[in-house]
Design a protein. Structure first.
Length: 684
C-alpha cells in the first residue's frame, strides 16, 4: 500500500525520553531542561534540518527548538520546563535543500582551484540557489522578503558574470534568514506526541520523618495528640526534616481489634492498629478523637508550614469491620460463601481486623469515586503529600485513573508508593503516577548489591519514571542488619540512605534510639511494636544518633550534589567492605566512603574516576570531610581510607580544589593514610 505522501523522505527513530513507547510520561522537575535525542536520517547525501515541538498541555501552540546533529545520525536538543503538570513533545524533520545547496557550492568553489579537478558548473549552481531563495522569500515575513529577493538577484548576476568566484557568495545574515523560513512541505513528523509530567522540587529532594501521634506525649500517663506533635515541630525542623509523615489518623475499629504484639486477644485499653480504619465515629474522612479535633489537625498543618515542613498523610484503602462503608456499601467487599465478608489474609496469616476492598465489584465505578473523594477531602484541607499503603494490592487501572484525575486539578500533589513487591509492579505504579516509591534498599546490604541496584534505579530508562525514596526501617520492617549490628549499623544505614538517595526517610524515634529487638528470631517485626500500642520515647537519651541525623541533613541541604540522583557514580575499592560513590552538581562535588561492616574497622585503597570528578591526573587536590571538618590533601587516583564503625563509619568529602603537583608520575598507591580518627563522633 502506498503512503499518503511518499515525498516525506526523512526517518525519525529512537526518540528519548519516552516511557513504554509513549504510553506513560517521563518525569521531570519544574525548572529542568529536557534533553531530547533522536536518530534522524534520509537517503543519499542531502542535508537534514529538524526541530523539537513542545508545549505544556495548557497551551494550544507548540514552541520549537532546533535539533543539533551529533554523530552517526543522532541529534539532540534541550528545552526548559517552566510549568508543572502535563507536557507534550514530538520531533519534526525534513530534507533541507538550501543547506544541501550551500554545502555543495562550497565544495564546487574549493574544487575549481584544485589542479586536475573536474570542471564545476558554478553558474548553474548559482541560479539554483537563487530559485531556492526566491521560494524562501515567499514564506518569509515582509520585513525579510526584500533581503532574500535581493540576495537571489545577486546570485543571478554572479551567474552571468565571467569573473571567477573566490568565496562563498552569501552573507551569514541571508543564510540565517533562509534557515528561519524552511520549506516543511514534505516534513516528517513523529506520529506520537510524547508525554512528560513535571512535578515540583520536593518530588526530587525530600527528607521524611515518620512518627505515631499517639506516642508523642511527654506524659507517660496519657497518649499523644496533634497538639503534642505540634510541640515537636521545632525539634523535627531543627533536625532537618521537611516532610512529617503520620500513619492513619482515622477512627480505629473495635471488632477484632489487635492487642500488643499483634495479639488477637486485646487487653482493655489497647488502642488497636491505626490501619484498622473506621468505626461508628466515621471512616477515611474522619479523625480519631483521641488525637484531637479537625480544628487541631488544621492547626498542626498550619504550624508545620511555618517550619517549612509538609504534613504527609497515610492513605490506606482498607476498612475495619466497623467502617461505615461496610453497612452502606457491602457491594464494595468480597462476600464468602457463608455470607460473611472476606477479611484480609496472607495465608497462614490472618488479619480479621481489616476488610480489603473488592476492585472486581460490579459497583467498581462508585468505589473508585469514593476513594478519589477521600484524596480530594484531605487535599482541600491543605494536604499535598500522601504516603499510600500497599498500593500494589489495589487495581493498577484505578491508580492510573485516580492520580491523573487528581493531577488535573492539583498538579502539586505528591504520592509515595509503599509497595515492597515485584519490580514490574513497583515500576507500573510509578508509571501510573506515583511521584516516589519505597525500594529494596532495606535488603541491599553488600557493596555489590548496593551498586548493582542503584545503577539500575538511578539511570535511564528506569530513572525516567521511577524516583526512589530510601527507608532503612519502617514500622513493619526491622532488618536483620539493624537487629544484629547495633548502633554502628544504624549510623551506616542512615548515611547510606541520606547520601545515596535524594529522597529518604526514617521511622523515628525508633531509628534514632536504635530500637532493634525483633518479635522473635527470624522476624522483621518489632517487639512491642508501635503499631499496636502507645510508646513513650526518651528523645534525649545519650545513645541517640539524632546529632548525626541533624548534621547529615544539614550537609544535604548545603550541597546541591546530594539533592538529586542523576550523577551517582561508584568508584572501585580494593576492600569489598568499603563502598565509595560520588555525586556532582556543577562545581559541587561530594565523595562518600563508607564502611559496610558494623563490627570492625575496615581500610582500603579507593580508585577514583578522576574524569567523573573533573580532577586532573597526577596532581594533588584538597578535600574536606564534612562530618569532622578535617581537610586532607589527596593525590591522583589511588587514595587510602580507614573507618571504624563505632567511631566514624563514613567520610562525606567535599572536593575543594585541585592544584599542580611537583610529581609528574607518582608511584602506585603512594598517598599516605589520613590522620588518626577522632575519639568520638562529632556532636554536630
Amino acid at each position: 500500500m502506498k503512503p499518503i505522501e511518499g515525498r516525506r523522505r526523512v526517518i525519525i527513530e529512537e526518540i528519548q525520553p519516552q516511557v513504554d513507547a509513549g504510553r506513560y510520561p517521563a518525569k521531570r522537575i519544574l525548572g529542568d531542561t529536557v534533553t531530547v535525542t533522536a536518530a534522524i536520517f534520509t537517503d543519499g547525501h542531502d542535508h537534514i534540518a529538524s526541530r523539537v515541538l513542545y508545549r505544556p498541555s495548557t497551551e494550544a501552540e507548540f514552541r520549537t527548538v532546533p535539533l543539533t546533529a551529533l554523530t552517526n545520525d543522532l541529534w539532540q536538543a534541550t528545552f526548559l520546563l517552566d510549568q508543572m503538570g502535563d507536557w507534550l513533545f514530538t520531533v519534526e524533520a525534513w530534507v533541507d535543500h538550501f543547506a544541501t545547496w550551500c554545502a555543495d557550492l562550497k565544495k564546487r568553489i574549493a574544487a575549481q582551484s584544485s589542479p586536475g579537478a573536474p570542471l564545476q558548473d558554478i553558474p548553474i549552481a548559482l541560479r539554483t540557489g537563487a530559485i531556492l531563495l526566491e521560494k524562501t522569500a515567499e514564506r518569509a515575513q515582509p520585513l525579510h522578503t526584500q533581503l532574500l529577493l535581493g540576495a537571489a538577484g545577486d546570485l543571478n548576476r554572479l551567474a552571468q558574470s565571467t569573473t571567477p568566484i573566490q568565496g562563498f557568495p552569501l552573507a551569514d545574515e541571508i543564510i540565517n534568514l533562509a534557515t528561519q523560513h524552511p520549506n516543511t512541505t514534505f516534513a516528517t513528523r513523529y506520529p506520537k506526541e510524547l508525554p512528560i509530567w513535571v512535578d515540583r522540587e520536593r518530588a526530587r529532594y525530600s527528607t521524611w520523618y515518620e512518627l505515631f501521634p499517639r506516642s508523642t506525649s511527654p506524659d507517660p500517663a496519657r497518649s499523644g495528640t496533634f497538639a503534642d506533635v505540634q510541640a515537636l515541630l521545632p525539634t523535627i525542623a531543627t533536625m532537618g526534616f521537611d516532610v512529617l509523615y503520620m500513619p492513619p489518623i482515622h477512627p480505629i475499629g473495635d471488632a477484632f481489634r489487635k492487642g500488643r504484639n499483634n495479639s488477637t486477644t486485646p487487653s482493655p485499653g489497647d488502642p488497636g492498629s491505626p490501619w484498622a480504619i473506621g468505626s461508628k465515629l466515621g471512616g477515611h474522612k474522619a479523625i480519631n478523637p483521641d488525637l484531637g479535633s479537625l480544628a487541631d489537625f488544621d492547626a498542626l498543618v498550619a504550624a508545620a508550614s511555618v517550619h517549612n515542613i509538609e504534613l504527609a498523610l497515610d492513605i490506606a484503602f482498607q476498612c475495619s469491620p466497623d467502617h461505615p462503608w461496610v453497612k452502606e456499601h457491602p457491594e464494595w467487599f468480597l462476600a464468602r460463601p457463608d455470607g460473611t465478608i472476606q477479611y484480609a489474609e496472607n495465608p497462614p496469616k490472618k488479619y480479621q481486623d481489616i476488610y480489603p476492598l473488592n476492585f472486581e465489584s460490579t459497583h467498581w465505578r462508585g468505589l473508585w469515586q469514593a476513594l478519589y473523594d477521600v484524596f480530594v477531602y484531605w487535599i482541600r484541607r491543605n494536604i499535598r503529600i500522601f504516603r499510600v499503603d500497599n498500593p500494589h494490592t489495589k487495581a493498577l487501572p484505578f491508580w492510573e485513573w485516580c492520580l491523573a484525575e487528581i493531577h488535573k486539578k492539583y498538579p502539586d500533589v505528591l504520592f509515595l508508593a509503599e509497595a515492597f513487591t515485584r519490580p514490574h509492579v513497583m515500576y507500573s505504579l510509578a508509571k501510573a503516577g506515583f511521584s516516589q516509591s519505597y525500594t529494596y534498599f532495606t535488603w541491599r546490604n553488600t557493596g555489590a548489591e548496593l551498586q548493582e541496584y542503584f545503577e539500575e534505579i538511578t539511570r535511564p530508562p528506569i530513572s525516567d519514571f521511577f524516583r526512589p525514596n530510601l527507608w532503612p526501617n519502617t514500622p513493619d520492617i526491622l532488618h536483620a542488619t539493624l537487629q544484629n549490628g547495633g548502633r554502628p549499623a544504624f549510623m551506616q544505614r542512615f548515611i547510606l540512605a541520606a547520601t545515596l538517595g535524594a529522597n529518604y526517610g526514617i521511622y523515628g524515634p525508633a531509628f534514632e534510639l536504635g530500637e532493634n529487638l525483633p518479635l522473635k528470631a527470624g522476624s522483621e517485626e518489632y517487639l512491642n511494636s508501635e503499631k499496636y500500642e502507645v510508646r513513650h520515647w526518651d528523645r534525649t537519651a545519650p545513645h541517640s544518633i539524632a546529632p548525626l541525623v541533624t548534621q547529615v541533613n544539614r550537609i544535604r541541604c548545603e550541597n546541591a550534589a546530594l539533592q538529586s540522583n542523576d550523577s551517582l557514580h561508584f568508584h572501585p575499592a580494593d576492600n569489598p567492605n568499603i563502598l565509595c560513590y560520588s555525586k556532582t552538581h556543577g562545581d559541587n562535588r561530594i565523595l562518600v566512603a563508607i564502611n559496610l561492616d558494623p563490627t570492625q574497622e575496615q581500610a582500603g585503597w579507593i580508585e577514583l574516576d578522576l574524569k567523573q570528578l573533573a580532577l586532573p591526573y597526577h596532581q594533588d587536590f584538597e578535600i574536606e570531610d564534612l562530618l569532622t571538618g578535617t581537610h586532607y590533601q589527596w593525590h591522583d587516583r589511588s587514595n587510602y581510607v580507614a573507618l571504624r564503625p563505632d567511631i566514624q563509619p563514613a567520610h562525606i568529602f567535599r572536593i575543594l580544589t585541585s592544584a599542580p603537583s611537583p610529581e609528574a608520575t607518582p608511584p602506585e598507591k603512594s598517598s599516605p593514610p589520613p590522620p588518626p580518627l577522632p575519639e568520638q563522633w562529632p556532636s554536630g
